[in-house]
Ligand binder design. Structure first.
Ligand code: GLN
Length: 539
């Protein structure tokens, strides 16, 4: 078996340059050439995983099949590659230290002083190779979070240096992503920040093999030559990454720049066939040439930050393309909604999605939004907290359960239609203790959910502590709620709909995590379709 090859992606000059998208695009091109590729992310913060991070701090928390709470870049990896990631694909400094300290307590280093070098770096190196050693991949791309020169990144950079040395020539390379800023006053692109960040990398003993330069303007030949000369890379290894109108254009842009070709050359891998991007380009074609448009409201409390609902927004792009419809998502802050302004805020929409979330803030606005779409028969999709709020709204306004609530919001509520599951009651630690990862669900025929999936048995990813309280199932069903999806083992209600509404679906799970370019999520596809139907009937 051929040896697994390693690509390390580092960032310089500034954060937010889109390392995740570059890594995913390169992976896509290599995959389209027939290579088996995976991407992993190493993050330099001390949280053991991003599950405990506020979305305002770090954007959405992405959840994998095996229940890892991970960085949102893993969502991009899955959406681009259509391959599942796992716990092993996201490692943080917190996790590295946790396992080294546990080893120390077990006595595994008995007699030794435990240090950053070699103990932390050995742990990092070992974890960097876990996926490669499975034999499932020809190429492993490792994205190093943060920016070179950061104090936090140092152990990672040192680990990359050592690993490159261990792996030997042509088995590991470094792709360094930098910014080439445009100074408007001078009317010029500037290479100096890139030169400095390459120099910083050099000080740690790493030579960049390929430079990917993020820029707002085309890099001229002269500028490319200058970058190559001063950063000590081949001319063909200076890759321009100009701002794109959609992230899904980036693989084609990288193809034009030859990023995949130069990568294969450096790794001494044959550039077998040209990348086959037929399916990808067909998606782009549909995405860019919509035949219609729908307006969907995204009601949530983290709407100020686009990254908070990343997977939902991307799932709408996939589902829109599938329907040949442009989905215009209008962000609506749930805290700003009340019975007075609800028509003005939601009346013009063709569909409403109530987002996942935690805690009390903004929930009455979500409930108000749900009442409005239920009464006005506007297509509705409630995800996780959105589904729970739909149950509460229905209980209060249709089943006479006055002030019904979730015990998350009101521990003393008379009608706890959503409450903590039994297995959660003893849990005190917050990190990694929710109901996480993939769970089975059986769908009821003759329902919108069944129609969306076209099958009875599904599996979807979860991330929550609270559940539909089965004690109220009869009462709610008698009032017109339908429990159209249930976990076959635990009997937990996973999907609710309501009678007497064309398309009203609440799901306890997160469909958005499983939507990819190659496999747009059927529930989002059906929701967009319902919104289009609603819009066309309205006319
Ligand atoms: N806060 C709710 C719970 O923990 C919903 C979580 C979510 O929307 N992801 O059950």
């Amino acid at each position: 078996m051929a040896k697994t090859k390693y690509i390390f992606v580092t960032g310089g000059v500034s954060s937010s340059l889109g390392k995740g998208i570059i890594a995913a695009s390169l992976a896509k091109l290599l995959q389209a050439r027939g290579y088996r590729v995976t991407i992993q992310k190493f993050d330099p913060y001390i949280n053991v995983d991003p599950g405990t991070l506020n979305p305002y701090e770090h954007g959405e928390c992405f959840v994998t099949e095996d229940g890892a709470e991970t960085d949102l870049d893993l969502g991009h990896y899955e959406r681009f590659l259509n391959v599942h990631t796992s716990q092993a694909n996201n490692v943080t400094t917190g996790r590295i230290y946790q396992s080294v300290i546990e080893k120390e307590r077990r006595g595994e280093f008995l007699g030794k002083t435990v240090q950053v070098v070699p103990h932390i770096t050995n742990e990092i190196k070992q974890r960097m190779q876990i996926l490669g050693q499975t034999g499932d991949y020809d190429i492993v791309i490792t994205e190093i979070g943060g920016t070179v020169g950061d104090i936090e990144s140092l152990p990672y950079i040192e680990s990359v240096r050592q690993l490159l040395w261990d792996l030997g020539e042509n088995n590991g390379i470094v792709v360094h992503l930098t910014l080439v800023p445009f100074l408007a006053a001078a009317g010029e692109l500037k290479t100096k920040p890139t030169q400095h960040s390459v120099k910083t990398l050099m000080e740690s003993g790493i030579k960049a093999d390929i430079l990917v330069c993020r820029t707002e303007h085309e890099l001229s030949d002269d500028l490319r030559y200058k970058l190559a000369l001063f950063c000590n890379v081949k001319r063909e290894a200076v890759i321009q990454s100009i701002d794109a109108s959609t992230i899904y254009d980036v693989p084609n842009m990288m193809l034009l720049e030859g990023l995949d070709k130069v990568t294969l050359k450096k790794l001494a891998l044959p550039d077998k066939k040209e990348p086959d991007l037929t399916q990808w380009n067909a998606f782009l074609q549909r995405h860019k040439n919509p035949k219609n448009r729908v307006k969907i409201g995204l009601v949530g409390k983290y709407v100020e930050l686009q990254d908070s609902y990343k997977s939902i927004l991307e799932a709408f792009i996939h589902a829109g393309a599938e329907n040949e419809v442009k989905v215009e998502v209008e962000s609506i802050h749930s805290e700003h909604l009340d019975s007075e302004n609800i028509r003005e805020k939601l009346g013009h929409l063709d569909g409403v999605l109530v987002a996942p979330g935690f805690g009390n803030r903004g929930i009455e606005g979500k409930i108000e939004a749900i009442r409005f779409v239920r009464e006005n028969k506007i297509p509705f999709l409630g995800i996780c907290l959105g589904m729970q709020m739909a149950v509460i709204e229905f209980a209060r306004n249709k089943a006479n359960l006055l002030n019904a609530n979730s015990t998350e919001m009101d521990i003393n509520t008379e009608y706890p239609v959503i409450n903590l599951m039994e297995s959660q009651k003893e849990v005190t630690n917050k990190g990694g203790t929710m109901r996480l990862g993939a769970w089975d669900c059986k769908l009821l025929k003759n329902s919108n959910i069944y129609e969306a999936y076209g099958k009875e048995n599904i599996s979807e990813r979860h991330r929550h502590r609270y559940e539909f309280n089965n004690e109220f199932k009869d009462t709610l069903e008698k009032a017109g709620l339908r429990c159209t999806g249930v976990n076959p083992e635990t009997n937990l209600v996973e999907v609710i709909e309501i009678q007497d509404h064309p398309w009203f679906v609440g799901v306890q799970y997160h469909p958005e995590y499983k939507s990819t370019v190659a496999n747009p999520h059927p529930l989002f596809v059906a929701f967009v379709k319902a919104a289009l139907k609603y819009k066309l009937n309205k006319k």
